[in-house]
Design a protein around this ligand. Sequence first.
Ligand code: ZN
Length: 244
Amino acid sequence: MSKPLNITIWNEFWHERNNPVVGEIYPNGIHAVLADAMRKRGFESIRTATLDEPEHGLSQEVLDQTDVLLWWGHKKHNDVSDEVVARVHARVLQGMGMVVLHSGHYSKIFKRLTGTACTVNWREDGERERIWVVTPEHPIAQGLDRYFELEKEEMYGEPFEVPAPDELVFLSWFKGGEVFRSGCCYVRGRGRIFYFRPGHETFPTYYDQTVQHVIANGIRWAAPVMMDREPPANVKRDPIEPTD
Ligand code: ZN
């Protein structure tokens, strides 16, 4: 039997304490709701971390023990220290998975991993989002129908300034007419990254069962492939056969 995945859920945890609308939906923070939801979906080893903790709760020790890191941030992207971003980046290259949520598209870590501006068009009107499954055979789409809907969400519209995803799982349509690549998979080094769009803080999106299901699938997909062994090191080597 394989060992349980170690999951760390990182949340900025600012809006919940500074906007009463958000505080009412997520009184203990988005991270607490996600942790509870993932526990109910069978993940046993979950910890949370937030911006205001020492080293934002992401010490080297915590990251070394993390298989998959979830990331929700918005207003305080620039308050995340460059040292911690470099540490997370290095761990992804080593094989740690990441699930980047909603406005995390504009986080320092996602911009560093993609190497692009990561800007989007947006509108906060609480309109319907229809999320189409465009790659039904993908592990992250398992258990889903052709599409699912969220009645009230913020709109993100194309062009999403990111590299072409290695795999595109979801494409969103919004009532106002825009579309958006809302489920993007990337591989950087040995690490897998899944960007999943929904989750604006003034709507109860993370209580939605389908959204939780997708995040759980995303965690399983992003889990390190080489869980129990280090790959052979890249070092200076003697030839296997004589070279002359
Ligand atoms: Zn938002």
